[in-house]
Structures are given as structure tokens and as C-alpha cells.
Design a protein around this ligand. Structure first.
Ligand SMILES: [Zn+2]
Length: 373
């Protein structure tokens, strides 16, 4: 008997557990699910394998999902008279599925519901039931109340409401074995950065802190194994747990790593991977925050079995290097003109308020500069 555990939602975890999907659809009364996924996963046969009698697939989800894609998904949802949603993929399809659900029962425009516009209290209606089936291990979106999406205006904004939480999550490590090492590393660093940033966040939440530290420990242990041996199901499962622990913990708030990374994720023509960007920013932001949360840095050092807190940023530099992740934004083909003008967006990001050290626009410019070198 494979385990299910209930926390904010019900998580079904284990090799082969995806076979439970028809039972869960029946439990939720879903007869006509819209499957939100991407073309790559369709080509890999993941949708066929779900073997659903009713087939309605929206597969136009990009690395950084957009409002236009959500509206297109909504048209399909309504045209086919769907009554529930299955999100199959990484954080992007899961976030997009949440927004399709939100738009199906709330009038537009979408930006009025964004966190930054004070929109969370206006998300009042219950969207159609959602089952999340992650195929990466990083975003934690499967257990989170948040979704991030790039709006028509070009801004990447966060949406937050208990109504956005999937009812069920199916974490089947077999679905993550096809991830290439670079995506394994990038998405793994997203999970790890959630754990580190939320632990350092200035808000008081010892429960989230405990979950974050456990996720961090699992992540740093399992990620090199999953990266080196993609079919190591034990390491893959540990990464799925680290990912969902990061997602559970970051309800406490993130920090400057995510503030820096979100505006770059909104450059639709570049299609930059969120977790890979976080990997580049993590050591730089830890260095910047080092003296602002000394006690927490000490705990991070002891969790990572390091002799002193000043060794924490370099630990992540070396960890990235070991996993073949890029050292700088320049390695991603970015130049100063792409990046520095985004400092004001980073400053205005919803994650800035919970960074342990205050940042002004000039500080974000300096951090971007460091990430380019
Ligand atoms: Zn993230």
C-alpha cells in the first residue's frame, strides 16, 4: 500500500502511484478533465499513458506561462464543457492550470487578483477541482496556494489564495526520470532555494522553518544522486519530497533570490529557466544577507555540516559547479542592458519585503552586476 498523506492537500507518493488517477477523478466527480501540460510531455507519451476515456489537452504552456496562454486554456475548458483540471508537468503547467481555474469562476481582468494589487481577498469563488501531477521536482506548486504568471503587461506576478491549492497531488518519481541532468539540477535548485530563502525570511514561523530545513537536508543529499543517475528512483522520490517541502514552507515568504529571478523570467523571448536563475542568485544573495540574520546562517551552516556561516555562500557556488549549472547570467547569454533595467521590477517584487536585509533599487542593480560577472 503506497502512502497518502494529508497536509494542506492530499499527497499520493510512490513509484507507479499515477495508476491511482482514475480513482481520484471519480472521487472528485470529474468526468471531463482538461489536461494542462506541454508539448514535450505529450510527445513523450505521458498523456497517452494516463489512458483517460475523455481526452481534452491544452499543451501550449511555455517555460514561463503567460496570461495569453491561460486565456487560451480557458477557451478550451469552456468549449469542451470540462468539469475539472489535471495539471501534468513542472511548475509552469501547474501554475497555468491554477490560473485557468481562477479565470473560470472570476471575471477579468486577471491583474486585479495579483498579490501586489492586493487581489488575494477578491479570489472568493471555488475553482473547479484540480489534480497536480508534477514531472519535475522543484517548484513546489503542487502543494502551494500560489501561482506565478507573466501578464499581458509583461510583468511576472504572483497570485495567492487557498482556492488555488490542488485537491490531490500525485508524486510518482517514475515521471521525473526523463528529466535531463540540466533540468534536474535547475529545478532541484529551485526547491533548495525555496527552503533556504524561506528559512532566512524575516517572518516568524517556526513550523515553516522546520519544514524548510528538512527539505534542504534532503535536497542537498539527493540532488547530486538524481543528477548523476537519472533512474535512481529513491533519489528522485527524495527530490519530490524536498520540492513539496519547499512549497509548503515558502508560504512564510521568500526573498531577494526570487525578486531577482522573477523579472528575468518575464522576458518571454529569452525563456530563462526559473530554477537555473535562482541557482546563480543564491550564493550572491546569501553573501548579501550574511550579517542580517547571523543566527539563521549559523543554523544553515550546521545543517550543511560547514564549520562557519561564512562558508554557506561558497557551499552553494561549489554545489552549482558540481551540477554543471551556469556560474553567471553571462553564461545564459545575458548582457548588462538586458538585466540592469530590471532592478526596479525586482525591487517591486512581492518577495522583496521578506528578505532579511533591506534592499533599495541600487542594491538590486549591484546584485545583478555581481551575477553578470
Ligand atoms: Zn521558485
Amino acid at each position: 500500500m503506497m502512502p497518502t498523506f494529508a497536509y494542506l492537500n492530499d499527497v499520493h507518493i510512490g513509484t507507479g502511484i499515477r495508476a491511482r488517477l482514475p480513482y481520484l477523478l471519480e472521487q472528485l466527480g470529474i468526468r471531463r478533465p482538461l489536461i494542462v501540460t506541454d508539448e514535450h510531455l505529450v510527445a513523450l507519451g505521458y498523456v497517452d499513458e494516463l489512458a483517460l476515456d475523455f481526452r481534452c489537452v491544452f499543451d501550449k504552456v511555455a517555460t514561463n506561462p503567460t496570461e495569453a496562454q491561460a486565456l487560451a486554456g480557458l477557451v478550451q475548458y469552456r468549449q469542451k464543457a470540462c468539469d475539472g483540471i489535471i495539471a501534468l508537468g513542472g511548475g509552469s503547467p501547474i501554475d497555468l492550470a491554477k490560473i485557468v481555474g481562477l479565470l473560470s469562476c472570476h471575471p477579468g481582468p486577471l491583474d486585479q487578483y495579483a498579490i501586489i494589487s492586493g487581489g488575494s481577498p477578491h479570489i472568493l469563488n471555488t475553482p473547479p477541482p484540480l489534480i497536480a501531477i508534477p514531472t519535475t521536482a522543484g517548484s513546489g506548486s503542487e502543494v502551494g496556494r500560489a501561482a506565478l504568471i507573466t501578464l499581458g503587461s509583461g510583468r511576472k506576478l504572483g497570485f495567492l489564495s487557498p482556492h488555488l491549492l490542488p485537491q490531490h497531488v500525485i508524486c510518482d518519481p517514475e515521471l521525473t526520470v526523463n528529466m535531463p541532468p540540466s533540468l534536474t539540477a535547475g529545478s532541484g535548485l529551485d526547491a533548495i532555494s525555496h527552503c533556504v530563502e524561506t528559512f532566512c525570511s524575516a517572518r516568524y514561523n517556526p513550523v515553516a522553518d522546520a519544514i524548510a530545513l528538512d527539505g534542504l537536508k534532503r535536497g542537498v543529499k539527493a540532488l547530486p544522486l538524481a543528477w548523476a543517475h537519472g533512474d535512481d528512483l529513491q533519489a528522485r522520490e527524495a527530490m519530490m519530497i524536498a520540492s513539496l517541502e519547499g512549497g509548503l514552507a515558502f508560504q512564510k515568504g521568500l526573498g531577494a533570490v526570487h525578486s531577482l529571478s522573477h523579472p528575468l523570467g518575464s522576458l518571454t523571448e529569452k525563456q530563462l529557466h526559473h530554477g537555473t536563475l535562482n541557482a546563480i542568485f543564491l550564493p550572491i544573495v546569501l553573501e548579501y544577507n550574511l550579517d542580517a540574520c547571523v543566527g539563521k546562517m549559523d543554523i544553515l551552516a550546521s545543517t550543511l555540516e560547514l564549520p562557519r556561516r561564512t562558508a554557506v555562500p561558497d557551499f552553494f557556488r561549489e554545489f552549482n559547479h558540481r551540477l554543471g549549472l551556469p556560474d553567471s547570467l553571462t553564461d545564459l547569454g545575458l548582457i548588462e542592458d538586458d538585466v540592469i533595467p530590471l532592478a526596479s521590477c525586482a525591487y517591486g517584487d512581492h518577495c522583496t519585503a521578506t528578505n532579511p536585509r533591506r534592499l533599495e533599487i541600487q542594491d538590486f542593480e549591484k546584485l545583478y552586476q555581481l551575477a553578470l560577472s
